[in-house]
Design a protein around this ligand. Structure first.
Ligand code: FNR
Length: 384
């Protein structure tokens, strides 16, 4: 049977014609959403150099495909922290999804579950951990921002655990909010009909209007800037859930994550929304993987828009990838069907990339299947 025919049932047509790739949802979202919302989703920090680089760095990595290998059967299934999923493509946490579509996080949870993959729910979701759990079975992780009030954190982690979430993704790149100039210009604030649902009842669910970004002020008021490695240890005393450290981009921090008991690392620059002029995540991945020495799985997010990107990340040592903006843009365009379509398109593209590279399982994907800039300069590694 021909592989990669799975998109047929998900074809979504719009005024722009048939959607054939993930990136096309961005233009539709831009048309549909209020400017303040679209800008919040789309923008990066300051000059947005890293935002562009997250994409461009992928385009500088080339393939070394192998031929004449029987690719009639392709297996994309994998295991993440012991949980079996259908493909190494998962959903990153992104805040305030009900601004994109009334179904918000419910739609994302259902789409992830239907695709047999993992959704990460943001601390700042507009649906609570209990509400998302009520959508039905599915493997879900909870993303944690550490508030100054540690009782709030303890309570929230326990609620996530009780609601069946399987891991904590601790975001470590946000002691303060990056300078997102679009949000400053728009005086970004969560619309009054929405709340940070996990914090409702704790007097922390509302975001006040500010003279600049309302979110930046909220973060400055509530988020703990003292967060350090000792808190990664502390977190392990309040939960038995595995902890993924989200936001590592150096070898030094990769080693510290191992030493401090992390269950995994997510190489992330927060979708280029925090410190501008950090490298693209795909450029930082290999050093983090090497420093982790196989002690824990390393994942990546940032700029993943094609099945070829997924393959490149796996070839450079990632155990899987997460996607951020494609979820909110497709949610804005078509709700749950949009998110399902994004996951299906990436799945089909990834499967095709595997077939055309001569790989029938994830274990077949090796460092030798790609050439990076560093390889071309002869800096890294002696391949053969
Ligand atoms: C994010 N991201 C994010 N990360 C996090 O730890 N907690 C959060 O609440 C959010 N919220 C959020 C909102 C929006 C609109 C975006 C675009 C991103 C970062 C996110 O988890 C992920 O790191 C990036 O989005 C990955 O990059 P791409 O796929 O968007 O390029």
């Amino acid at each position: 049977m021909e592989k990669g025919s799975g998109t047929a049932c998900f074809k979504i047509n719009t005024k722009m014609g048939e959607i054939t790739n993930v990136t096309e949802y961005q233009a539709i979202a831009k048309q549909k959403l209020p400017k303040m919302t679209y800008d919040y989703y789309a923008s990066g920090a300051e000059d947005e150099w890293t935002l562009q680089e997250n994409r461009e760095a992928f385009s500088r990595i080339l393939f070394r495909p192998r031929i004449l290998i029987d690719v009639s059967k392709i297996d994309m299934a994998t295991t993440v922290l012991g949980f079996k999923i259908s493909m190494p493509i998962m959903i990153a946490p992104s805040a305030f999804q009900k601004m994109a579509h009334p179904d918000g996080e419910y739609a994302t949870a259902r789409a992830a579950s239907a695709a047999g993959t993992i959704m990460t729910l943001s601390s700042w979701a507009t649906s609570s951990v209990e509400e998302v759990a009520s959508t039905g079975p599915g493997i879900r992780f909870f993303q944690l921002y550490v508030y100054k009030d540690r009782k709030v954190v303890e309570q929230l982690v326990r609620r996530a655990e009780k609601a069946g979430f399987k891991a904590i993704a601790l975001t470590v790149d946000t002691p303060r909010l990056g300078r997102r100039e679009a949000d400053i210009k728009n005086r970004f604030v969560l619309p009054p009909y929405l709340t940070l649902k996990n914090f409702e009842g704790l007097e922390l669910g509302k975001m006040d209007q500010a003279s600049d970004s309302g979110l930046a002020s909220y973060v400055a008021g509530q988020i703990d800037r003292t967060l350090s490695w000792k808190d990664v240890k502390w977190l392990q005393t309040i939960t038995t859930l595995p902890i993924l450290v989200k936001g590592v981009i150096t070898a030094e921090d990769s080693r510290l994550a191992v030493e401090n008991g992390a269950a995994g690392i997510i190489v992330s620059n927060h979708g280029a929304r925090q410190l501008d002029y950090v490298p693209a995540t795909i450029s930082a991945l290999e050093e983090v993987v090497k420093a982790a020495r196989g002690q824990l799985p390393v994942f990546l997010d940032g700029g993943v828009r094609r099945g070829t990107d997924v393959f490149k990340a796996l070839a450079l040592g990632a155990a899987g990838v997460f996607i951020g903006r494609p979820v909110v843009f497709s949610l804005a365009a078509a709700g749950e069907a949009g998110v399902r379509n994004v996951l299906q398109m990436l799945r089909d593209e990834f499967e095709l990339t595997m077939a055309l590279s001569g790989c029938t399982s994830l274990a077949d994907i090796t460092r030798n299947h790609v050439i990076t800039e560093a390889d071309k300069l002869g800096v890294m590694p002696s391949r053969l």
